[in-house]
Design a protein around this ligand. Sequence first.
Ligand code: ATP
Ligand code: MG
Length: 277
Amino acid sequence: MTIPEALRFRAGLQVADIDPSATPGFDGSKADAAAVQAARSQRLAELQEMLYASSKGGDDHRSVLLVLQGMDAAGKGGIVKHVVGAVNPMGVRYTAFGKPTAEELAHDFLWRIRRALPPAGHIGVFDRSHYEDVLIVRVRNLVAPEVWGARYDEINAFERELVDAGTTVVKAAMFISLDEQKEQLLERLDDPTKHWKYNPGDIDERLLWPQYQEAYQAVLDRTSTDYAPWHVVPANRRWYSRLAITEMLIEALEGLQLSYPPADFDVETERQRLLSS
Ligand code: ATP
Ligand code: MG
């Protein structure tokens, strides 16, 4: 089984049963992963260039959207830096979703999301996403239960719309253990060059771990669809979560059967014109 297949959410899977240190679909060591990662990052970069080229050279409107969700210190930033960082930034549209601004709050929760969707030929990256509106919002009671309760269906309808418009939606829910999060946050405190990453509020969310587990369970149960399935990514071992999400993106791009668009000019004529210029 490939890594993405091994990680695809299956009905009945319990968040409490996830082993955040597991490496589904990969039986090598950290050292083995390093070699594989280098080769696969290169493959990802090639495919991304083809996606970009298809939109420039023709009328291909397709795009890919990577949705990253996870608790603080789950490694979302590392995915952006190491996985997405391997491709040409020209073809990437990155957006981090934090606490909504007053303007964003005045609109429907999907308003800011729609504005951040990837243009044709791009890979969109959502560092947190519309799922915050059924995660922190649910856990913290930021809106009435009827309001967040209706959002699961709204999200499914929204993602259906995206897929129908040519966007392949790749969803990664990254799971670290409570202990691993403590280690990661301690590292941030122990290293002055990481203090900028530390947010005292992270401890407050950490204290609500069981409530978040429940909210993640509902997300997986209610928004993993055949057109936009969730991938449950164990994230205690960063080398694994990076390889896993690289493989998920490669799978999505290969599914598009991309090719470089043919020249819309006569190559021989252009060669002669150039040589004689
Ligand atoms: P890191 O994981 O590196 O700490 P981060 O994603 O936590 O990065 P921050 O700017 O520290 O980035 O935090 C964003 C915060 O905004 C999170 O606590 C998140 O839950 C919160 N947030 C995101 N979307 C919403 C929303 N729709 N409503 C309320 N809070 C939200
Ligand atoms: Mg944070």
